[in-house]
Design a protein around this ligand. Structure first.
Ligand code: BEZ
Length: 211
């Protein structure tokens, strides 16, 4: 069964550049970004992993741990990480799972045989502190991801987990949000101290409530 939003993220034990990882223990109370990249010693992946390492403070600010994976072995991960440090100006600062036995990539459906049978696609799973899957993205090997977008959706996921709001198209942290249609106007008056604007009965906006 493919993983779907709201499912408990499957637990696993696997080797990594930071030692043996027991996933559910490792995640603790954090949010988690679990991502796959197709292959070590490849150019797009090199830029992606460098970018993620540079963004570590942004993930930390949001209580997010990052963990990567490919079906390469540990010794490849270790020697490739030296290239990443040299070419991207940042050392890897998160674990890379060495999934040579494909245990984790199979569990998470990260190999799409009709795209490529030998390597993982660019999958992203955002997992909440309750260990439920909150968001999934899948990119092909040829297209590097946009990690600013990943931070943007994490801001939305964390906000909407705590307030009765949703975020509109192209929303960014600090911008007005949408009040859930299930909230009455009376309740909205109590919940949103910044007041709200009613554009239609179902489209009401309010300043981001946790600022
Ligand atoms: C890359 O990371 O550059 C890459 C990896 C696999 C296939 C194509 C590109």
């Amino acid at each position: 069964m493919p993983i779907q939003l709201g499912d408990t993220a499957p637990d696993f034990t696997q080797e990594s550049t930071a030692g043996c990882i027991r996933f559910h223990d490792w995640t603790g109370d954090s949010w988690v970004v679990l991502f796959s990249h197709p292959k070590d010693f490849t150019p797009v992946c090199t830029t992606e992993l460098g970018a993620l390492a540079r963004l570590k403070p942004e993930f930390a600010k949001r209580n997010v741990k990052v963990i990567g994976l490919s079906v390469d072995g540990l010794s490849d991960h270790v020697s490739w990480s030296r290239d990443i440090e040299e070419t991207q100006g940042t050392a890897l600062n998160f674990p890379l799972l060495a999934d040579a036995d494909r245990k984790v990539s199979t569990l998470y459906g990260m190999i799409h045989p009709n795209a490529d049978n030998t390597m993982t696609v660019r999958s992203v799973f955002v997992i909440g502190p309750d260990k439920k899957v909150k968001l999934m993205l899948t990119y092909p090997a040829s297209t590097g991801r946009n990690f600013a977008e990943l931070l943007r959706v994490i801001d939305s996921l964390q906000l909407t987990a705590n307030f009765k709001v949703a975020t509109p198209v192209d929303w960014n942290h600090g911008e007005d949000v949408i009040i859930l249609p299930t909230v009455t106007n009376e309740e909205a008056q109590r919940l949103f101290h910044g007041g709200f604007t009613q554009i239609t009965p179902y489209l009401r906006t309010t300043p981001q409530p946790n600022l």
